[in-house]
Design a protein around this ligand. Structure first.
Ligand SMILES: O=CCCCC(=O)O
Length: 456
């Protein structure tokens, strides 16, 4: 894919960028190594000061930065502003907490004359392969803890958000991080493997699709380099009879449609107890039909375009194949006939086993609804997925809450709240949703040498 800014609301290509040459990539990696030797010697206080300055810049320039994201990937301006604010929060949180999270950890070996501890040391240049859907946050989610831990970053961003990628590098440089501490590499995905192979690159993190994760994880493994993979999800949203139905429906729509319905942690599979399933579905359909579809720059738009024409085509095929397999289309189901990459808010029920609705992640405004006989059945359906990222369950029954916490096979489970990320709480999945954790204490410890020190 060309590296370009193409407005998803109009289809117009506004800017194109040349890919870096092999020599340019080499020079940037060399600069990252030089920067690492300096950066690792800075104190936590110095790094924290720069992180706080990055937060100040993000807050002062939110409007311009947000517009860039909306222009490049189509999220509503309101959600783009919220995303930039969240990045500032991430910078401040890691400025405040990283030193304590990476403090030497003493070990009692039964010999009081020995000083034995674990020290967390940075690894060096880390390659971050990042997606377009939260074009700022996914990068800051990695960069805040990694840079605070003393690592340096090389960003291979998605090819449709080059201006955001360059803006992030610019913000961090203006915040005071030295030249080379964080660099954007404008390259296509064809260059990723050779960058991972480069001995100077010490680790890799990827947020993206399952196939991309398999490729990058395998390459990192061949090179014996640590990797963190945050991949797709088809999160369950379980609704039991004791739930407040109006609240459940409001949250179902909010979660499904978050980020123009293009987040790995959107609720995607709605698993509803048979006693409330029909009423839930009726209300869900009404709410989906009431969403205002439009220009993502407009304040009153609820649902903007998908990121690309390909995304619309993929989703349309997933829906039509699921219907052909026997699902019932309750509303929507088709691309919208207007300029840009728009798709109708859609609800499908009666999802057949083996159909795309059952097996695949739907990255767009489609709610897939199952009916469950009881809690056992809800858990069975929730776990009948190759993904295991997040999920939520809506019930006031405490015994049921504990069962969902224990038995739903995911990296994250939220009760009476939909899955969301925040710097204070670990983030990540199991099964085909990836491995490793980001955020909270896991973020800074993802790319460090946990060095055992024994001073006799
Ligand atoms: O596609 C994954 C989006 C996760 C964004 C987040 O951290 O909230």
């Amino acid at each position: 894919m060309a590296i370009a800014t193409t407005n998803p609301a109009t289809g117009e290509t506004l800017r194109t960028f040349d890919e870096l040459t092999g020599d340019e990539i080499d020079r940037k990696i060399a600069r990252a190594v030089t920067a690492f030797h300096e950066h690792r010697r800075t104190s936590f206080a110095e790094r924290a000061e720069r992180m706080r300055r990055a937060a100040d810049i993000l807050e002062a320039e939110t409007d311009d930065l947000a517009r860039l994201a909306t222009l490049e990937m189509g999220k509503t301006l309101a959600s783009a502003k919220a995303e930039v604010a969240k990045c500032a929060k991430g910078c401040r949180w890691y400025a405040e907490h990283t030193e304590a999270l990476l403090v030497d950890q003493p070990h009692d070996v039964g010999d009081t004359s020995a000083n034995v501890f674990t020290r967390y040391e940075p690894l060096g240049p880390v390659l971050a392969v990042m997606p377009w859907n939260f074009p700022y946050w996914q990068v800051f989610r990695f960069a805040c803890p990694a840079l605070m831990a003393g690592n340096v970053g090389l960003l291979k961003h998605a090819s449709n958000v080059p201006q955001v990628a360059l803006a992030i590098e610019d913000v961090l440089r203006r915040a005071g991080f030295a030249e080379g501490v964080f660099q954007t590499l404008l390259v296509g995905s064809g260059k990723i493997e050779s960058i991972i192979d480069d001995d100077r690159v010490r680790a890799v993190t990827l947020t993206g699709s399952e196939p991309a994760g398999r490729q990058v994880g395998a390459r990192a493994g061949q090179n014996v380099k640590p990797s963190v993979l945050e991949l797709g999800g088809s999160d369950a949203f379980i609704v039991m009879p004791s739930a407040d139905l109006a609240e459940a429906v409001d949250n179902a729509v909010a979660s499904r449609m978050l980020n123009n319905a293009q987040s790995c942690i959107n609720a995607k599979r709605f698993i509803v107890h048979e006693r409330v399933a029909e009423e839930f579905t009726r209300r869900l359909v009404a709410k989906m039909e009431g969403l205002r579809i439009g220009d993502p720059m407009d304040d009153d738009t609820d649902l903007g375009p998908l990121s690309s024409p390909d995304a619309v085509e993929t989703l349309a095929k997933q829906v039509s194949d699921t219907v052909a397999a026997g699902a019932r289309l309750r509303t929507g189901g088709h691309p919208i006939d207007r300029p840009g990459n728009y798709f109708e808010p859609t609800v499908l029920t009666g999802i057949p086993d083996g159909s795309p609705g059952h097996r695949e992640e739907f990255f767009g405004p489609v709610a897939l609804v199952w009916t469950a006989r009881d809690a056992d059945d809800a858990i069975r359906i929730a776990n009948d997925s190759s993904f295991g990222l997040g999920g939520s369950a809506w019930t006031r029954d405490e015994a049921e809450q504990q069962r969902f916490v224990t038995e739903v096979e995911t990296g994250m489970i939220y009760i009476n709240k939909f899955t969301e990320s925040t710097p204070e709480v670990p983030f990540g999945g199991i099964k085909n949703s990836g491995y490793g954790r980001e955020l909270a204490g896991f973020g800074p410890r993802a790319f460090v040498n946990a060095k055992t020190v024994w001073i006799a």
